[in-house]
Design a protein around this ligand. Structure first.
Ligand code: SFD
Ligand code: AMP
Length: 625
């Protein structure tokens, strides 16, 4: 493929939304409303097709953030303290509260657009847990993306969405983000998007750590393989400050096919036990005292639930089982009438299968192929490899401005959700320290950011132009892997093995090996130390040098090259921040063997910034306000 044949396409807009997931859809929906009023243009760019892109591609079986404020059962404050406890004290209260106070209205919109939400006999939503409601959500993403597209269509020539364009680099001019560049994954086209404000909402990251699924299972993971660290790369390369880069998420899932556990624990009230049938949440409750004050909060923080399970495995008490059989039997036993009990059994069975069919279909296939009937057989669960997803129970992302009415002075700098770089906004998995926003909260945060970004466009009407020279350099850089391949591929018989270059797949394997073995991946029981991290960073520097030699034989491989460069930056910010925080605060996510307990002086945010001028990494400790 000839890199010189690429056409350059320039798109000018006011607000540029990067990504087409939950946050991006929320942003498009809200921004379109304000853009129409103020005659602004909105452009959205997704690497995939919006109707099935991002984490919600397969659908979801619950909406994990709904307060039901109208019913008066919960308050925003309740939610904020739940999130803060779950993250062992590390959360931005202003950001969490801002999402929580607006999220219900987003859920009501989803229902209006056609999302079927479970209802009880009185017409109320069926809660899975205190904050979660059940949905028939196989088509969740189709429904939400259609609404976002319609909102953009309503803007006529001022609104557009571009699919299958992979965003690679930010356009930065004098400390302001003024657009992005990328390429089509279907045609030989290099894209330049020039904008007044840019919203980074390209999700979190997977396949940075070596997955448990290797060999025949390669590519299977809990988190969607399409999200590969673009959000973090984009904000880092723009020079923005990042937060909580050490706070990865290790979900516990049904083993090997990554089926979710929430419905089992919360809706079906199931227990997880070791192989001897002991409920480790009971037998190991004493361990929680070591993690005071968070160990004693209810519910037990996610990472501590993981930790108790990991201790069982360390002592050789595996496998760990989700006791689906006991849970179903117990629910049925509560019904005295035999006929009614039979009906209930059928209902529970169908709900159990739907939970997987709505969002992790392969888990249903796994059950079917192993002759598992959940009402009769328990299933193995296990801790997955780590992911970066701040909208769930992780927290990594950009350090952003809070809302003026809630944020303490230092946490407000003009526009909700703006990063420390002018004109660059972040939402969903791209923004940090506001965990547990989930699908509904990410959409809501997108709305908040979209509205603020339009306000920024109004206040900064000047169109900052980027020089042709800068664009030409970026084009050269982005297409370089194609050139390298073209130049050298004839040198060997096997195009994948060549002394002049390396292919993205091998590059990814190397990154995963470093992260797994040195940064506390699944194969080493999530343990690491200063000595290991320092060695890991050393190896990562070699990788950075070798990244110059990445080669791509076609457009798909070009995308893979850049995905892995993005992953590498996410990995580096993670390694550096785990090293910076000299304590263990989330033992079920990672454990620093050289600093095995929580320290009072680390009840703080660990932030970092990569300085574009000098290439230096700056580590910053910030107070929790
Ligand atoms: O329970 C580029 N989540 C769940 N949330 C719920 O509310 N209920 C559930 O039931 C959930 N479950 C769940 C969840 C996640 C996953 C992976 C599973 C199960 C298996 C969490 C939500 O899904 C999550 O919070 C939101 O989706 C986050 O929204 P956002 O917008 O931050 O990310 P996204 O939706 O993944 O979208 C990312 C977009 O970016 C695009 N993209 N575009 C251009 N250029 C690039 N270089 C790009 N890189 C990525 C993507 O294509 C996508 O459009 S439960 O099991 O936890
Ligand atoms: P999951 O399926 O693990 O992604 O969980 C879905 C939702 O249920 C999230 O809001 C989790 O925080 C919550 N959750 C899962 N397991 C538990 C548990 N054992 N106790 C409390 N909350 C849980």
């Amino acid at each position: 493929m000839n890199a010189d044949s690429f056409e350059t396409v320039i798109v000018e807009t006011d607000l540029l939304i990067l990504g087409g997931g939950m946050a991006a859809c929320g942003a498009a929906y809200e921004a379109a409303h304000w853009a129409k009023k103020h005659n602004q243009r909105v452009t959205l760019v997704d690497k995939a097709a919006m109707e099935r892109s991002g984490a919600v591609a397969m659908g979801l079986s619950a909406i994990n953030l709904y307060l039901g404020l109208k019913n008066g059962k919960n308050t925003v404050e309740d939610y904020v303290s739940y999130v803060k406890n779950d993250l062992m004290g590390i959360a931005r209260k202003d950001l969490v509260a801002n999402i929580a106070r607006h999220v219900d209205s987003s859920v009501h919109l989803f229902e209006k657009w056609g999302l079927p939400i479970w209802k009880d006999d009185d017409g109320n939503y069926v809660n899975e847990g205190r904050w979660q409601i059940m949905i028939h959500g196989e088509s969740y993403k189709n429904i939400v993306s259609e609404a976002a597209k319609n909102a953009l269509r309503e803007l006529g020539e001022h609104g557009s969405y571009h699919e299958r364009i992979f965003i690679t680099e930010p356009l930065v001019f004098e400390d302001r983000c003024v657009g992005a560049v990328g390429f089509s994954v279907r045609e030989n086209k290099f894209y330049v998007f020039k904008a007044k404000a840019v919203l980074d909402s390209m999700g979190g990251a997977v396949h940075i750590f070596r997955p448990r699924s290797v060999g025949e299972g390669l590519g299977r993971s809990w988190y969607p393989p399409f999200n590969s660290g673009a959000s973090t790369y984009f904000t880092l390369k723009s020079g923005a400050e990042m937060t909580c880069q050490e706070v990865r998420f290790v979900p516990v899932r049904f083993k090997d096919s990554y089926g979710p556990v929430g419905a089992w624990f919360l809706l079906f009230k199931s227990k997880a036990t070791n192989a001897k049938g002991e409920d480790y949440m009971q037998t190991r409750a004493g361990e929680l005292d070591k993690w005071a004050p968070y160990g004693s909060t209810k519910p037990t923080p996610t990472n501590l639930r993981n930790y108790l399970m990991l201790l069982e495995l360390e002592e050789g008490n595996g496998p760990i089982f989700m006791r689906t059989d006991e849970a179903i039997q117990e629910l049925v036993a509560q019904i005295p009438d035999e006929k009614e009990a039979k009906r209930k059994m059928k209902e529970l069975e169908s709900e159990a299968w739907e939970d997987f069919l709505d969002m992790t279909i392969s888990q249903a296939l796994n059950w079917a192929s192993h002759n598992i009937m959940p009402e009769e057989t328990p299933s193995e669960i296990s801790a997955c490899e780590p992911y970066f997803i701040s909208s769930h129970s992780g927290a990594s992302g950009a350090w952003i401005s809070g809302p003026e009415d809630l944020a303490p002075g230092e946490h407000f700098w003009g526009y909700d959700n703006m990063t420390t770089v002018q004109g660059l906004f972040a939402a969903g998995d791209a923004s940090g320290a506001s965990s547990h926003k989930f699908s509904s909260g990410s959409f809501t945060e997108g709305r908040i950011a979209g509205k603020a970004a339009i306000a920024f466009c109004m206040d900064h009407p000047e169109q900052v132009d980027v020089s042709d020279e800068q664009i030409a350099t970026l084009k050269e850089q982005v297409l370089q892997p194609l050139k390298i391949f073209e130049q050298h591929h004839g040198y060997t018989n096997d195009e994948d093995v060549n002394p002049h270059y390396l292919k993205p797949k091998m590059f990814m394997f190397r990154l995963q090996k470093i992260m797994d073995e040195y940064a506390g991946g699944a194969s080493v029981g999530f343990k690491t130390s200063e000595a290991l991290l320092t060695k890991g960073l050393e190896y990562l520097q070699f990788m950075k040098e070798d990244a110059e030699k990445l080669a791509a034989g076609d457009l798909n491989e070009l995308m893979r090259c850049w995905e892995n460069v993005h992953r590498m930056w996410q990995a580096e910010s993670h390694l550096r921040t785990v090293l910076f925080r000299e304590e263990t605060r989330w033992p079920g996510y990672y454990f620093r063997t050289d600093h095995p307990s929580m320290k009072e002086d680390w009840e703080a945010f660990a932030n970092c910034r990569w300085a574009p001028d000098s290439g230096e990494w700056i580590m910053i400790k910030r107070e929790i306000l």
